[in-house]
Design a protein around this ligand. Structure first.
Ligand code: NIG
Ligand code: FE
Length: 415
């Protein structure tokens, strides 16, 4: 058996989150006492109750899972991981009473990170983002999305997306690159938002797309971002280039961005605290994922909850992400987001785990190859020193990750 597989992990309990194993009395799709066999980066076999067959599986290239748990590799489907500087000063201002919106209107916020990012070299941005990424990998992350949006000119948006592309190549994880040119109006376009949107649509998006730097197009549809009409212009352009879309929507107010994004079959709509429950049916119809970002909710001391019951009722897939960024969520722990999804948003531990695996994969349109443990899927796996899967969202700190496997390669081992 050792010859036919590249890697075997045995003596391990699997939380597969795969429809192939999920049943009413087994909602995590658990396979106990399993052996998982990998060949050419893919899961080739899953064997339950291995005691009887362990003789066969004792090979040099086998890992004894010591009775630990294995989940699909975690997926962080919404991040702004590439940026220069930080905004600790604004954090202090907020603690003294200024609001996130007031700071943004006074010239702080996103545009202050834009200034810092423009001034930071590509090499330095890469080093900073690689370091941030290493914290996520330490907690079992095997795929990530990274947005541009702190450049707001062609050169710096390109620099950010190239860093994301380099991370895809030179880090062990897979990176989905999102163009967020419509994140804020840069200071040089003050009071000329329309002209800036034209630049995004007519110059930046087509050019960066032609350079292979865009997997998906995003925008910030908000009072302090862009109007519904401006966002729609961006989406029309994306559509004409055959690029998929997603949206920062209904974070601080309800502009109807989610509804509109669903007309473009958005991969996901993200934040959603102010989403009107009546609009949830639109997400259900268009198969759009609701990505919730408890880190931003927490860090901005928001109080209005997303319409979670309605999302549940209508079976809208819910994803959970860090939204890692210097302004509203300086967060480098997806496990902490799972905890906050349960404590702040009242998701169940199962929903939180689906939110960082299979549903996060749906939000990046990669669910046919990752996001659950099943034969034929990529061997992207995380091993945990826990007694049950719910512990992943129960804990606050104290990283239980024992190992990470990406594409069948062990990229982290604490055995
Ligand atoms: O997802 N909402 C817009 N974008 C980020 C915040 C970016 C920033 O404040 O720098 C977010 O929360
Ligand atoms: Fe964001």
């Amino acid at each position: 058996m050792s010859q036919i597989y590249d890697l075997i992990v045995h003596n391990i309990n699997l939380a597969t989150l795969s429809e192939k194993y999920i049943q009413d009395d087994n909602p995590y799709g658990i396979v106990e006492n399993a052996a998982i066999c990998v060949k050419d980066g893919k899961i080739e076999n899953i064997i339950a109750n291995v005691e009887q067959q362990s003789g066969e599986l004792e090979t040099e290239d086998a890992i004894d899972g010591q009775g630990y748990w294995m989940s699909p590799g975690l997926i962080d489907c919404h991040t702004h991981l590439v940026y220069g500087g930080n905004r600790a000063n604004e954090f202090e201002m907020r603690l003294e009473g200024a609001s996130y919106e007031e700071i943004a209107k006074a010239g702080g916020g996103i545009v202050s990170t834009v200034k810092a990012t423009r001034e930071t070299s590509k090499k330095e941005l890469f080093d900073l983002a690689a370091k941030r990424l290493s914290y996520l990998i330490d907690e079992g992350v095997t795929s990530i999305e990274i947005k541009s949006g702190y450049g707001l000119d062609l050169e710096t948006e390109r620099k950010m997306l190239k860093v994301a592309k380099d991370l895809n190549e030179f880090s062990p994880v897979e990176v989905s690159k999102t163009f967020l040119g419509a994140h804020a109006v840069p200071t040089e376009f003050k009071d000329r938002a329309e002209e800036y949107i034209d630049l995004v649509c007519e110059e930046m998006m087509p050019q960066l797309h032609s350079e292979g730097l865009i997997d998906c197009v995003d925008a910030f549809c908000e009072g302090i971002g862009f109007s519904l009409e401006q966002t729609q212009k961006v989406f029309e352009k994306a559509k004409s280039l055959d690029l998929p879309v997603k949206l920062h929507a209904e974070q601080l107010s309800d502009l109807g961005g989610s509804r509109m994004a669903c007309d473009y079959n958005a991969w996901s709509v993200d934040h959603l605290e102010f989403l009107n429950p009546d609009d949830v049916s639109r997400l259900a119809e268009s198969g759009t994922v609701a990505t919730l970002l408890p880190g931003a909710f927490y860090f901005l001391s928001e109080t209005k909850l997303p319409p979670i019951d309605e999302l549940r009722k209508q079976n809208v897939p819910i994803a959970i992400a860090t939204d890692s960024n210097p302004g509203s969520s300086p967060c480098l722990s997806l496990l902490l987001m799972m905890n906050m999804a349960t404590t702040l948003f009242k998701l169940t531990p199962l929903e939180a785990l689906k939110g960082t695996t299979i549903n996060a994969a749906k939000a990046l349109n990669i669910d046919s190859k990752v996001g659950s443990i099943e034969i034929g899927k990529q061997a992207d796996l995380a091993i945990w020193d826990i007694g049950a899967p719910a512990e992943l969202s129960y804990r606050i700190g104290g990283n239980p990750c024992k190992g990470v496997i990406k594409n069948g390669e062990v990229i982290l081992s604490k055995f």
